[in-house]
Design a protein around this ligand. Structure first.
Ligand code: GLC
Length: 436
């Protein structure tokens, strides 16, 4: 397929999933608004419809809670056949919740980075006014992440549910989930296997734990302090921490341009730099591992999140070199090998939890490829970044804009006509233009 064709097909996917001022990740499987999806989708819209990109960001921020959180699922158009429905979260009428129905969880904060990129593409009075408009809300969300989710004074945000990581079903969460026995499960009926084959979705015992954790959250009335005291799943997530640091950096650049003070942002940036390595870096293995606050121990699972610190500039050149040489380029872990043609498997191929078609246990995701490619470029690994770009484009050409792909042969998995796969195709193609 030629490039022109791919662009118009990607644009069609966004138009198809366009619900007015937000974009559904996919019509059947995900018929509401998701946080980090919307951020990435806004970047896609910015390539052909700037007002629509602004609308995407505004609709996401309109759901912000009074305490600053920007929720992970937002239901601007009410219930659908999707589980969990809005009322399942019991977030209505809390003193600190927002005015639009939503989940009680959050997701990786990509919005500042996307707003900065969109503004850099446009550099117009209009986009500057837009940055001014959204800046205070984004700052409020970052403040919430650094405080309400600070479990130990490091300011490294913790998550209370695997869904907050965005990597919902990663084997990274298994050790913590295995310690949890769901009790008094509220009645529920899964819907995620209605559109997608069960062997590409989470296993039943994991799904029960997901629901159990929601139930505990609602019993705590989604109060951050209570959650911190009571939740059995409290994890400092490398990727979320890295994305927040990158977003702080981007927000700082926007603050400078707007003439806003930067002291608070400077302090967050410094504190993260100070604490990140001690908490996450494993020098023996040359990998970043998540940290389980309840178990007081790192989670030694080798998965794609380990490259995220490069996106944030948090790795030293020596750490980046180890990540690339010992892991990214290693055919036993991430590099192509005889039975695995496409980069980047979301879990290292030699991990016991690796499963090439199961959600987050091995399949390639276009948004992860994009995030990691950005990190590789930042450290001068142009060939590796280009490999991720090329494979991402080859996958969508071969199998369509699917949610994820089997790294062995590129078979499309999960939901179809997936918005961020389309949005990032537009971004990757645009990047190709500027590189070439
Ligand atoms: C899945 C993904 C999550 C994403 C959501 C909507 O739950 O794991 O990252 O935001 O789908 O696409």
């Amino acid at each position: 397929m030629n490039e022109h064709n791919l662009i118009s097909r990607a644009q069609q996917v966004l138009r198809l999933n366009d619900a007015g001022d937000f974009t559904k990740p996919s019509l059947g499987q995900y018929p509401h608004q998701w946080n980090w999806d919307s951020a990435l989708i806004a970047l896609g819209w910015a390539h052909f419809d700037l007002p629509r990109a602004f609308a995407e960001v505004r609709s996401l921020l309109a759901a912000q809670w009074r305490d600053g959180m920007v929720p992970h699922i937002i239901y601007p158009t009410g219930a659908s056949a999707y589980f969990p429905p809005p009322e399942f979260w019991q977030t209505d009428n809390l003193a600190h919740s927002g005015s639009i129905q939503s989940s009680g969880l959050t997701q990786p904060p990509l919005i500042a980075t996307m707003v900065r990129m969109i503004h850099a593409y446009t550099r117009s009075d209009e986009s500057r006014a837009f940055v001014r408009e959204v800046f205070p809300q984004i700052l409020g969300w970052h403040r919430w992440l650094h405080t309400a989710r600070d479990a130990d004074g490091t300011g490294l945000p913790c998550i209370f549910h695997p869904w907050e990581s965005g990597a919902d079903n990663s084997p990274r969460w298994s050790p913590a989930l295995d310690r949890i026995t769901p009790t008094d499960l509220p009645p529920f009926k899964r819907r995620d296997t209605q559109f997608v084959s069960p062997d590409e979705r989470p296993l039943a015992p994991d799904y029960e734990r997901f629901v159990h954790l929601i139930d505990l959250g609602r019993r705590a009335r989604w109060e951050p302090r209570t959650l911190l005291e009571q939740m059995p799943f409290v994890i400092q997530d490398v990727m979320l921490g890295a994305i927040l640091h990158r977003a702080d950096e981007d927000l700082r650049a926007l603050a400078l341009e707007l003439g806003e003070p930067t002291q608070e942002l400077d302090a967050w940036l410094a504190r993260t730099r100070e604490n990140f390595d001690a908490r996450f870096w494993d020098d023996a293995r040359g990998l970043y591992f998540d940290y389980d606050i309840r178990a007081h121990a790192p989670i030694r699972v080798n998965a794609c999140h380990t490259f995220a610190p490069m996106f944030a500039g948090l790795a030293s050149p020596a750490q980046a070199a180890r990540l690339v040489r010992e892991h990214f380029d290693n055919p036993d872990e991430y590099a192509p090998s005889d039975n695995s043609r496409f980069s980047l498997p979301s879990t290292a191929k030699h991990e016991p939890g690796y499963a090439p078609r199961r959600y987050w246990c091995g399949p390639v995701w276009i948004q992860i490829n994009w995030i990691i490619a950005q990190g590789l470029l930042r450290y001068g690994y142009g060939a590796q970044a280009e490999q991720l770009r090329r494979d991402s484009l080859a996958l969508v050409e071969q199998s369509g804009f699917r949610e994820y792909f089997d790294p062995r042969d590129g078979t499309g998995c999960g939901a179809v006509e997936f918005s961020w796969s389309a949005a990032l195709t537009l971004e990757f193609l645009n990047q190709g233009k500027s590189n070439g």
